[in-house]
Structure formats: structure tokens, C-alpha cells
Design a protein around this ligand. Structure first.
Ligand code: SAM
Ligand code: SF4
Length: 457
């Protein structure tokens, strides 16, 4: 979106829920809204177009949307009384999963658009102005990404020095608990040339770090500019060579797609940051099997060891689900043991949430909410303990930090270490966007405090 130039310019506000892919999609919807004449609104109150880009991964995520929509209906009515119509759009995975049901539960919604058809937003806005209540949850044949307008340079600059780039979407894995294969559809990879062109544009606008995104990013299988097959490792190597790009990350990976080639890239490509989010979900073979993850816990540990051998300073993080159907205390203890054994730098833990239409929702042995809550608390405490231990171990070390923005206090800068830790230090704003060596002085609860020791490179 462009910055507002006149008070009368229509404005759009986009609120993103859930994963990083939604953050990326929201940025692209911002580009589309800009193309349709909308400037960026500061908040929902002054927005003529409000888009909720939703997440359906857990029940609470979708219920949050409906309660948000209730509040927005009131706002829409108030603005309507002042002669300012408001267009309300529900996008993302709740839109895909619930479709027209959203209009039934909340008639104030004007447009429901799924993650595979949001490139049609300008056309849907035109239709909804004539006849509100448009639903588009198609999985269209055309390539969404090739239909999207290039992001405007001013919009990229506002994003800062680190940016997401979606390279792959959808999933064919069908883990028993997960809605993603149903809401995002089958796995599809963007052509490498289009991705590299996008990265070049980002780098030209000041982006220094790119995170290659996909629901199953390491299953990426695209074609290069010569029509030859290219995997994620090849894409990483090419992205790391782009002028201006200093760091490359990728997420989220499935253990079964950690190829030799990709592990080698961790050894050979210095710009590939030593951080890997590799969800394992549970430390119990019985659970992992029932989840249809198609690997054993030992296979996971073997991958961790091989990646560590390739890149010894690498940090790992994972996702865990507690209270999956049939999970016993002994299964849960194995998850705790795995967390201690790997020494994750950070991790996310979730209570299992039955998703309609997924096999696990129909399984016997559903776990009581109180047990789920207790296990979640125990696991989160252990994860936090490990995270702090990992952070404490960096005190006294020198890390290469990419400063991203000014901190809350005057003269402070905030950035990230190669291992994704948040780091702050005193320094001039001119260091934003530069890799700077920082000595870590202390591990505070949510970030590391450091001292700049070398000029930027
Ligand atoms: N594709 C990634 C993978 O294979 O690990 C993750 C995708 S999903 C958006 C992110 C995380 O949400 C999953 O790793 C899982 O831990 C969690 N999740 C997915 N479905 C869930 C459910 N029904 N209940 C609780 N957590 C869930
Ligand atoms: Fe969901 Fe499993 Fe696919 Fe990840 S790999 S998106 S958890 S089905």
C-alpha cells in the first residue's frame, strides 16, 4: 500500500493471524489494495477496507476471528451512520475452511477469499461494491504468484531489512491432526527465476535477510531458468549469491525432506543462518506414528546429529503437540526426554485441538482438557528453561548481529543473532541493515544485551 497522501484517500487495514506465510500473504494483499487505490490505514478505526487474514490451525484461532468480526460489525455500523462505508474481508485459512458459513455467522462480512485466490482481490472488491457477500474459495488453475503485482519499493522499505519470500505452498503430507492440506491445497513450488527476481527487488530496496517460506519448505521442487529441476539447497545457494543479501533462512521443514544436499548447504553456505526450525511434534514413536509423520524419533535425532556435524554452531527449534489422542503419561515423558536430549534453542508447544475433517479428530482416546493443560504447562516450563540455558551460554561470546530497527530506548538498536536470538545494543542508526559483531554481555528474559565491538561489514 502507498502512504496516504490526502485525507480523502480510501485506506485499508490488514490484520494477520497465524503463521509467517500469512504475514507474507498480508503484505501481498497490501500490494493489491494499493493497486486498487487504497492507502495504508493506521488502525481499523480509520479504515475503509478491513482484511482479516485468518488462521485455522487450532480451534481458538478461528473462534478469535468470529469474536473480532463481532466487534468489527459494530464499527462498520457506526462508520456507516457517519456516511463512511466499510468493506469487511475475511481471507486466509478460516475463509477457505468455512466459506459461506462465515456470511451466515456474520452477515456484515462483504468478501470471503481463500489463500489460493486472493490475487483476485481487486475484482472481488468491485463485485462486492455492487453485491456484498462474495465468496471465492477456489483452487484456481492460474499461478497466484504470477498474477500478483510487484511490491512497491516504498512498501518494501517499510518492511525493513528482513523479509519473507514464499517459495512453496500447500502440503501433501496429511499429518493426522492438521488442516493445512485441506485449506492450502496440494504442494506447489514457485519457479526459481520468479523467486530470485523477487529477492533481487527486495535487496534493491534494502532487504539484507530473506526467509524462504513454505508449509513444507524443504520439499521445494521448482524449475530454474533453464527448465532444470532445482531443490531448496540449490535455491538457497542462488539466493545467498544475490548482491545485497547477507543472510538466508528457511522455514518450516519436515524431517523427512532433510536431504543430504540441504544438510551440505548448511556446511558450505556461510550466509545460510545456523538455525533450523524442525518440528518433531512428539518424543514418542507411538504418537509420531499415529500422527502419520512417517519417521521415528531416532530418525529425527539422526538428522539433528548430521546437521550439527555439518554446522556445529546450529540452533534447533521444534513444534510439539501435547494431548494428542491416546497420549499416555509415558508418551509425554518421552517428549520431555527428547527436549532435554536435543537442547532446543526455543520451541513452540500446543494443546492438541481436534480439527473437523482430519483423521485424528475421529480417533478414540481423546485426552481430557485438564490433562492437556497440565502437560502443556510442564512442557512449556522445560522449553523455557532450555531456551534460557541456550541464551546464557552465549554470554561472553561474539555474535554477528543483523540490526533491524531502533530499540525502545534512545540510542538502542535491536537485531537478531545468527541463531535467531533477539539482541540489543547501543549504536548509531546507520548500523541498521549491516552485519555487526556484538559481544554478548547478559542474557535478559527475552533478549540478549550486547556491546558493539566491530564496525559493520
Ligand atoms: N508444516 C509444518 C510441520 O510439518 O511441522 C508445520 C505447520 S503448522 C502451521 C504449525 C504447527 O501447528 C505444527 O507443527 C503443529 O505443532 C501445530 N498444529 C497443527 N495442527 C494442530 C492441531 N490440530 N492441534 C494443535 N497443534 C497443531
Ligand atoms: Fe500440516 Fe503435517 Fe503438512 Fe506440516 S507436514 S503442514 S503439520 S500436514
Amino acid at each position: 500500500m502507498a502512504s496516504p497522501t490526502r485525507d480523502t484517500d480510501p485506506r485499508a487495514f490488514i490484520k494477520s493471524f497465524g503463521c509467517q506465510m500469512n504475514v507474507y500473504d498480508s503484505e501481498r494483499m497490501g500490494d493489491l489494495a494499493g493497486q486498487a487505490g487504497y492507502a495504508e490505514a493506521a488502525g481499523v478505526e480509520d479504515a475503509d477496507l478491513i482484511i482479516l487474514n485468518t488462521c485455522h490451525i487450532r480451534e481458538r484461532a478461528s473462534e478469535k476471528i468470529f469474536s473480532e468480526l463481532g466487534k468489527l460489525r459494530e464499527l462498520k455500523e457506526q462508520r456507516g451512520q457517519m456516511g463512511r462505508p466499510t468493506m469487511l474481508v475475511v481471507a486466509g485459512c478460516v475463509a477457505q475452511a468455512e466459506g459461506a458459513e462465515i456470511l451466515r455467522r456474520q452477515p456484515a462480512v462483504d468478501i470471503v477469499v481463500g489463500p489460493q485466490s486472493y490475487h483476485r482481490l481487486p475484482q472481488l472488491l468491485r463485485e462486492a461494491r455492487i453485491r456484498p457477500g462474495v465468496v471465492d474459495t477456489d483452487f484456481p488453475a492460474e499461478d497466484k504468484f504470477s498474477q500478483l503485482p510487484a511490491s512497491r519499493l516504498d512498501a518494501i522499505r517499510r518492511r525493513g531489512v528482513s523479509s519473507f519470500v514464499t517459495v512453496q505452498e500447500g502440503c501433501d503430507k496429511f499429518c493426522s491432526f492438521c488442516v493445512v492440506p485441506y485449506t492450502r491445497g496440494a504442494e506447489a513450488s514457485r519457479p526459481a527465476g520468479a523467486i530470485l527476481d523477487e529477492i533481487a527487488r527486495l535487496a534493491g530496496a534494502g532487504v539484507r535477510e530473506v526467509t524462504l517460506l513454505g508449509q513444507n519448505v524443504n520439499a521445494y521442487h521448482g524449475v530454474d531458468r533453464h527448465g532444470q529441476a532445482i531443490g531448496l539447497a540449490g535455491l538457497i545457494r542462488a539466493a545467498a549469491l544475490m548482491p545485497g543479501i547477507r543472510r538466508v533462512r528457511y522455514t518450516t521443514s519436515h524431517p523427512n525432506d532433510m536431504s543430504e544436499d540441504l544438510i551440505d548447504a548448511h556446511r558450505d553456505v556461510p550466509a545460510l543462518a545456523p538455525y533450523l526450525h524442525l518440528p518433531v511434534q512428539s518424543g514418542s514413536d507411538t504418537m509420531v506414528k499415529s500422527m502419520n509423520r512417517r519417521h521415528r524419533v531416532a530418525d529425527y535425532l539422526d538428522i539433528v546429529a548430521r546437521v550439527r556435524a555439518a554446522r556445529p554452531d546450529i540452533a534447533f527449534s521444534s513444534d510439539f503437540i501435547v494431548g494428542y489422542p491416546g497420549e499416555t503419561d509415558a508418551d509425554f515423558d518421552q517428549t520431555l526426554a527428547l527436549v532435554s536430549a536435543v537442547g532446543f534453542a526455543s520451541s513452540y508447544a500446543f494443546k492438541y485441538s481436534p480439527r473437523p475433517g482430519t483423521p485424528a479428530a475421529e480417533m478414540s482416546g481423546q485426552i481430557d482438557e485438564a490433562i492437556k493443560a497440565r502437560r502443556l504447562a510442564v512442557l512449556q516450563e522445560l522449553i523455557e528453561d532450555r531456551r534460557q540455558a541456550f541464551n546464557r551460554a552465549t554470554v561472553g561470546r561474539r555474535l554477528e548481529v543483523l540490526f533491524e530497527k531502533p530499540g525502545r530506548r534512545e540510542g538502542q538498536l535491536i537485531g537478531r543473532s545468527p541463531q535467531m536470538q533477539s539482541v540489543f545494543a547501543e549504536g548509531p542508526r546507520s548500523l541498521i541493515g549491516a552485519l555487526t559483531v556484538v559481544e554478548i554481555l547478559a542474557a535478559e528474559p527475552h533478549s540478549l544485551r550486547g556491546r558493539i565491538v566491530s564496525p559493520a561489514s
